[in-house]
Design a binder for this molecule. Sequence first.
Ligand SMILES: *Cc1c(COP(=O)(O)O)cnc(C)c1O
Length: 393
Amino acid sequence: MKSPSPEAIFAPATEVVRLGRDPVRFDGFVNPPVVRGSTVLYPSYDDLVRHKARYTYGRRGNPTTEALETALNALEGAEGTVLTPSGLSAITTALLAVVGSGDHLLVVDTAYRPTRRFCDTILTRLGVEVTYYDPLIGAGIDGLIKPNTRAVFLESPGSQSFEMQDVPAIARIARAHGITTLMDNTWATPIYFRPLAHGIDISISAGTKYLSGHADLNLGTISASGEAWRKVQTTHGDLGICVSPEDAALGSRGLRTLVVRLERHWRSGLAVARWLAEQPQVARLLHPALESDAGHAIWSRDFAGASGLFGVILKPAPEPAVAAFFDALVLFGMGYSWGGFESLAIPFDCSDYRTATQWRAEGPAIRLHIGLEEPADLIADLAQAFAKLDAAR
Ligand SMILES: *Cc1c(COP(=O)(O)O)cnc(C)c1O
């Protein structure tokens, strides 16, 4: 038995199994223990006053949280990674690390709605000027940069509507101006897209989704390098943010199966999307891995895979017919969040909160998360629900 190197050197499927474990340190046990604790005792006065300790205080991390941070850090290719209690707290912590009073922040119009809310309330109250931009802007971001622009926030594909951003083009321009870039990478996870390898400074994920994978955990992760990492580390510490060891251990457990689960979400999601595209009730799909999607070229260029979350726009149908469709679903649960083993369906409408772009849909819009069930069963479920929709027209 040897202690493993903390660097990512093997393929992702191997690394999710190998990283963040050191059986030599923990009496041979395969997984690191769940360490509970606030106080950490120092062996001597000298160790105490010279801060010579791997762990200093429970809030600042312990072997359980460190194991997951180490593993994610290697997968992200970052200098440092911290955990937060939710995906949203990862976003807010990272934003607070890089912008302050008098600064200008550019935020993609298709960002997760609570991200926008944080920008429009707390950041605005703190004196940050926020401008939303079109997700398709690409190198045109140059035209929105002002002397006080401090950061650009990206999310690709966009929440709910799945537009793909030209991440390298935006990152290149921001970097040339000395502007920090942050990206919400929850959809792809570092398995299918590594933001830092594409020029982004701060990679953010809701571990609540695929890392957890079992709808039983809220968790956030922030990974960064260089100056951005120092800012994130300091702000995270100053805000007093910490994650329970049980939650960190659940995150590590999810990590072990992340690659096999994602492969199945990707394949099953595409199978269901291709079937949907053929149905008479469907106007179009919002799925960047489909050849017909406007974002397909960028997805194929930059991403190594797709998750199981996508959108479908139906042809116009009255609301009672849409309600009949949703209520007929047996295998798809109706609920927020996604990334778990189970399939989900929700209606969505971006028209009442986007400000830089105009959301247009031919008919009712539905977001589907394709879980780990047999795709043929999911397709049959959707087919019988479409029959109910047609009957209720
Ligand atoms: C769910 C989600 C979040 C927030 O995660 P929570 O753990 O619910 O706070 C952030 N970004 C995206 C894209 C998400 O889908």
